[in-house]
Design a binder for this molecule. Structure first.
Ligand code: NAD
Length: 257
């Protein structure tokens, strides 16, 4: 059987930890040639060395701050040179500051916009000419259920607004990309167990257990693999008619509100 993403020249952001590391591995296992990046040098090095040792075609550039438009464009260009073009751009990286409206400082708001929304614009803009050239380019952006409704268990104004921005940006890229065969889809995860959420999930406050975890119909929190399996499908040619979707992956939690 031909690998689902055979030869797809793929850029993945934030592969130094969390879902990004799993994405780099699973995309490469599906046949993609992957160039990733991360802000953190150590995580980037670790992902590259581990995956290369497993025989996978993965290169990771560390110390790349995608919130800086010049650095974001430089990474995209370096990756495109290495791969000879770009077929898939998977914007996974983000970092944010949570807080209630009373606690959140303007600097926290700006930080979150920079590191959740601006960076997506920068990489999309830089990759656009290469995706046009590909003829069947794909952008995968990561939203969140927080962008779609109020979240009760933790105040997340800036995060929710930034992710809603990612969804709105994606919708409009769909329109612009149509003439060039570029498809753009969003995946909006619910609560997923990553190093980011592991401590919190290991000992969830009673209130979180009651209002979030007990209300996931599938009966468990998400795993990175739940998200990446969908991302691989959306990046593949099998999903050629899927464009402008916002795929919520939350075990059915948002159905219960
Ligand atoms: N974990 C969840 O429950 C959850 C839920 C909904 C949405 N998401 C989204 O899924 C994606 C992955 O989440 P995760 O939990 O794996 O996150 P994570 O924090 O574990 O990993 C994100 C990676 O992105 C990198 N990064 C952050 N800002 C960067 C920047 N400016 N430049 C370069 N690299 C940068 C980080 O260093 C990190 O390695 C994110 O977009 C997140 O918002 C996660």
């Amino acid at each position: 059987m031909t690998a689902r993403l055979a030869g797809k020249r793929t850029l993945i952001t934030g592969v130094g930890g969390g879902m990004g590391t799993v994405a780099a591995r699973m995309f490469a296992e599906a046949g993609a040639r992957v160039v990733g990046c991360d802000l953190h040098e150590e995580g980037a090095r670790h992902t590259e060395s581990t995956l290369r040792a497993a025989g996978l075609d993965v290169t990771v550039m560390g110390g790349v701050d995608l919130g800086d438009p010049t650095a974001a464009a430089a990474w995209v260009e370096a990756a495109a040179r290495l791969l000879g073009g770009i077929d898939v751009l998977y914007n996974n990286a983000s970092t944010q500051r949570f807080g209630s409206i009373e606690e959140l400082a303007t600097a926290d708001w700006d930080f979150t916009m920079r590191n959740e929304l601006d960076l997506v614009f920068y990489t999309c803009k830089a990759a656009w000419p290469h995706l046009k050239q590909s003829g069947s380019g794909v952008i995968l952006n990561v939203g969140s259920i927080a962008a779609l409704r109020g979240v009760e268990f933790m105040p997340q104004q800036a995060h929710a607004a930034a992710k809603a921005g990612v969804i709105a940006l994606s919708n409009n890229l769909v329109v612009e990309g149509a003439a060039y065969g570029i498809r753009v889809n969003v995946i909006s995860p619910g609560l997923i167990e990553t190093p980011n959420t592991r401590a919190f999930l290991a000992d969830p406050p009673e209130r979180v257990q009651r209002i979030v975890l007990d209300r996931i119909p599938v009966g468990r929190v998400g795993r990175p693999e739940d998200i990446i399996a969908a991302a691989i499908f959306l990046a593949s040619d099998e999903a050629g008619f899927i464009n402008g979707a916002n795929l919520v992956i939350d075990g059915g939690g948002s159905i219960l509100g």
